[in-house]
Design a protein. Structure first.
Length: 476
């Protein structure tokens, strides 16, 4: 792959000034795919200067010009979507079918939904005869994105920021950086003006430098809660805007009136998708106590349908974890769950059969879990499901809300009215009824330690805008 040891600033690829090289590892084979060159603070300053200069002209382009630019990006994105899917499977281990059907298309979807919102977005309104409110771009924005849904997280920041009129510096995860290079090639071919979009490869040191930089007006961060707190602290001295999409431990409630087997099966498969490496995964299942034995028996059956293996095989439904650190973390939590006294139903820390290397973990299910156990409280970020029992529906809400996270929730019920009533009581940014899929026009983000701000659709555009009041427009 070209451009792995380059930065993209002011509309051009260049070698940059960094001298630190890190390997990009295929998590299925533990072999080095390629190497990337990390940017340093000289490169950052160059990117910031370019973005700041470009902001003067880009921030005032017309709506029709923005729409034309988005249409160009979408057309080029469609041409490169298979390339993105292939690279995502290679760099972070997503099964190829998931990469083709969800990972890569999710990025395209954000440009489509943002374009739809942009066409109808009201950047100015009169609140009375003497005052108008204008929505203006924040300025130069630093975007820091993770490895688990690499293109989804890049696109859901870049698209609204461009729609708002901001200029950008993207720092993707150094663990899965290759898709960001293809994305940058898409932006270049689509004719994004020089300096409007800039790419710097880097690790946490670059993220800290971005957060502290006095001429970056906003940081949009997606990652762990621990890292998000660090970003907020490092940004505080410059009083920049910080939006964050952080961790999750989403409750998945199955009510007594639901089709238990159908709901349970969907819950297990949903938890295991992307090897459990989704911040909104339904990892904390809450079921009637009398269904616990049924859950145990069903788990043993359902797990047989999950095929662990080579991400490039179309038959694989569960690939490796994305990196060695995550592999060790998940194994730690599986051992912890056993030591805490939860019932290990399936999975565990044995290596999957017929696999000799790679960061593979068996899909694991714990039953008879208490909500105060660490495996129920802390984000594991792997293919590990915990099952908690309840006696009555008032207890369900307490269990669901007894978490420091608040990103997503799930409710299965035959009564939509009952499900909506419960959804309004759950302290999360999104609730899925009967496993309804995400809607890229709806706001995505969390309560509590799951972050602040909202992404996707018109809500994402709002996050990159400042409200300005212009008063006294009516002549005296």
């Amino acid at each position: 792959m070209n451009n792995t040891k380059k930065i993209y600033v002011n509309g051009k690829w260049s070698s940059g000034n960094g001298n630190e090289i890190v390997p990009v590892v295929n998590p299925a084979t533990e072999e080095v795919i390629t190497e990337i060159l990390l940017a340093n603070e000289i490169d950052l300053n160059f990117a910031v200067k370019s973005a700041k200069n470009a902001f003067e002209s880009y921030s005032i382009i017309t709506l029709s010009q923005k729409i034309d630019l988005f249409n160009n990006i979408i057309e080029v994105f469609k041409k490169r979507i298979d390339d993105l899917a292939t690279v995502i499977s290679l760099e972070m281990g997503s099964p190829i079918n998931l990469s083709k059907k969800a990972q890569a298309p999710s990025g395209l979807g954000h440009f489509l939904s943002t374009l739809s919102a942009l066409k109808k977005f009201n950047f100015e309104e009169a609140i009375d005869e003497a005052t108008i409110i204008t929505k203006e771009p924040v300025g130069v924005c630093g975007l820091i994105t993770p490895w688990n849904w690499p293109i989804n997280q890049i696109a859901c920041k870049v698209a609204p920021a461009l729609a708002a009129g901001c200029t950008l510096i993207l720092k993707p995860s150094e663990i899965a950086p290759l898709s960001s290079i293809i994305f940058t090639e898409i932006m270049h071919e689509a004719g994004v003006p020089g300096g409007v979009f800039n790419l710097l490869q880097g690790d946490s040191k670059l993220g800290v430098a971005m957060s502290k930089h006095s001429e970056i007006d906003m940081i949009s961060f997606t990652g762990s809660t621990k890292a998000g707190i660090s970003v907020a602290k490092n940004s505080a001295d410059t009083v920049k805007r910080v939006t964050q999409e952080l961790g999750g431990k989403s409750a998945n409630i199955i009510l007594r009136d639901a089709d238990f087997e159908k709901s349970f099966r969907k819950g297990v498969i949903g938890c295991m998708s992307n090897s459990g490496q989704s911040c909104n995964a339904p990892t904390r299942m809450i079921i009637p106590n009398e269904k616990m034995e049924d859950a145990i028996n069903l788990s043993k059956e359902i797990i047989k349908s999950i095929i662990v293996g080579d991400p490039n095989s179309p038959e694989t439904t569960l690939g490796p974890l994305a990196n060695k650190n995550q592999f060790e973390k998940v194994k730690y939590y599986i051992n912890l769950g056993i030591n805490e006294g939860a019932t290990l139903v399936v999975g565990g820390n044995n290596f999957p059969k017929n696999i000799k290397k790679g960061y593979f973990v068996l899909p694991t299910i714990f039953a008879n879990v208490e909500n105060n156990m660490k495996i129920a409280k802390e984000e594991i970020f792997g293919p590990v499901l915990v099952i908690i029992g309840y006696e009555n529906e008032s207890e369900v809400i307490k269990l669901a809300n007894d978490s420091e996270y608040g990103l997503a929730g799930y409710i299965s019920s035959s009564s939509i009215d009952k499900a909506i009533s419960l959804a309004k009581q759950i302290r999360t940014g999104m609730v899925h009824i009967n496993y309804a899929p995400v809607n890229q026009k709806a706001p995505f983000g969390g309560y509590k330690k799951s972050g602040n701000g909202r992404e996707w659709g018109k809500y994402g555009i709002d996050d990159f805008l400042e409200n300005k009041a212009i008063v006294g427009i009516k002549p005296n």
